[in-house]
Design a protein around this ligand. Structure first.
Ligand SMILES: [Zn+2]
Length: 419
């Protein structure tokens, strides 16, 4: 199809820059609005050969896992890298959000993602639970992966604003820009249409602090935790740790020893809610109703606040990432990705492998170059590329082993004034 040759493709004349964390459908809607079209119409008549994929992809949900050919066609017409467009979809977050999106191996994924380590509790104290058809964070209902969408009432008053991908995933309670709680989308939209906007309710300091960690991880790929202020942790580690904390505050205290029971009770007493938000029979977080999911997130926000303040002492070395260094306790029966991994601990093994690669890159130019290519694959701008390169240098990899963007053949990167 000569019409699709890159040198003949004309960019869409108007295409606003995606906002940090914005969902693909939100961004495409903002583009289509400029042309007074629906997203379907925009894509069906303006994507060359890939237009044939549009109908099925829209029906399957463009924010989940759209065909690569469709993203490539959009990339050619907007100048946004395919890798950046992928990050505007759920599939772009594999393996950080989930090991995979297929819930068939739910039990293995649950054991690996949630129970292979501990934070507040002692290692293995959570025990085991049977889980079928499961994937972290996402619903497995017929209706799809989304939970009921929630919006910031203040952001919603600005019609030109986009909607973040993760407003349809239960990872946060608040909008950190406005410091207010997210509210159910339908009343927010109806209120705006009737010119009776839903009032913004302020979030607590603990909730804003927790959500700031999550939002930073989701929009920059890494986040600094109180226990290791000198070196950020990867977004993937933070998402797993957050999910592990949500699990730990939902576990029946009948399974726990005196020490962990006291911690869990202290957390729930501080929130002012009944323990486990009144949950009688354990279910994974993804299957709780919205009110309980919010209560669990609030409990985790409280736990993170109490741990940082030294009011509770996490039961594992992973949990100590939440405490300021002076409060660190010693529990020497545990192994983690920055120490020696244990054979029964696949997550620790995964992170140990990552550490080994960084160690190898410190003395091997080939590994260093490969790592740089991996880290900068999703970069769209020169600034972002240089930040990733600096991150590797800060981890002890010599600058001489890390080629610059030009040397690496990245002529696609934009300068800030072009982005
Ligand atoms: Zn907001």
């Amino acid at each position: 199809m000569t019409a699709d040759r890159p040198d003949r493709i004309r960019r869409w004349p108007v295409h606003p820059v995606p906002e940090p964390g914005e969902a693909l459908t939100s961004w495409l809607t903002r583009i289509a609005d400029r042309y007074d079209m629906s997203v379907s119409l925009l894509l069906r008549h303006n994507l060359g050969a890939a237009s044939m994929l549009v109908e099925a992809a829209v029906a399957a949900d463009l924010d989940f896992d759209p065909p690569l050919a469709l993203l490539q066609a959009i990339s050619e017409r907007t100048g946004n890298a395919v890798a950046d467009l992928r990050l505007m979809t759920i599939a772009g977050w594999v393996p950080w959000l989930a090991d995979c999106l297929d819930p068939a191996d739910g039990q293995q994924m649950f054991d690996n993602y949630v129970r292979s380590d501990s934070a507040l509790l002692l290692p293995a104290e959570a025990g085991t639970n049977v889980v079928t058809r499961w994937r972290p964070w996402l619903s497995t209902h017929d209706k799809g992966w989304r939970t009921a969408q929630r919006l910031c009432p203040a952001c919603a008053r600005q019609p030109e604003r986009g909607t973040a991908l993760f407003t349809a995933v239960p990872v946060m309670l608040s909008c950190i820009e406005h410091g207010c709680l997210l509210e159910p989308a339908a009343p927010v939209r109806v209120g705006l249409a009737l010119k009776e906007p839903v009032a913004a309710r302020p979030a607590t300091d603990a909730v804003i602090a927790l959500d700031t960690l999550t939002w930073t991880a989701l929009t920059t790929g890494e986040v600094l935790l109180p226990g290791r202020p000198e070196r950020p942790v990867h977004a993937g580690l933070w998402l797993r740790m957050l999910r592990m904390l949500l699990d730990e505050v939902s576990i029946s205290t009948s399974r726990l020893g005196i020490r962990s029971t006291a911690i869990v009770e202290r957390i729930w007493n501080t929130t002012g809610q009944p323990i486990r938000a009144g949950l009688a029979v354990w279910k994974p977080y993804e299957r709780l109703d919205t009110a309980r999911q919010q209560a669990m997130l609030e409990a985790v926000a409280t736990a993170v606040h109490l741990a940082e303040a030294g009011a509770i002492t996490p039961g594992s070395t992973l949990g100590e990432l939440l405490t300021r260094p002076r409060h660190r306790s010693v529990y020497d029966g545990d192994v983690h990705w920055w120490s020696t991994p244990g054979p029964t601990d696949p997550w620790s093994q995964f992170w140990q492998d990552a550490e080994n690669v960084v160690t190898a890159a410190r003395s091997d130019p080939g590994t260093a170059r490969w790592l740089l290519e991996l880290f900068t694959r999703r970069c769209k701008t020169l600034t972002h590329f240089n930040l990733e390169r600096a991150f590797l240098m800060n981890n002890g990899i010599p600058a001489a082993y890390l080629p610059g963007a030009y040397e690496l053949g990245r002529s696609d990167l934009l300068r800030d004034d072009q982005a």
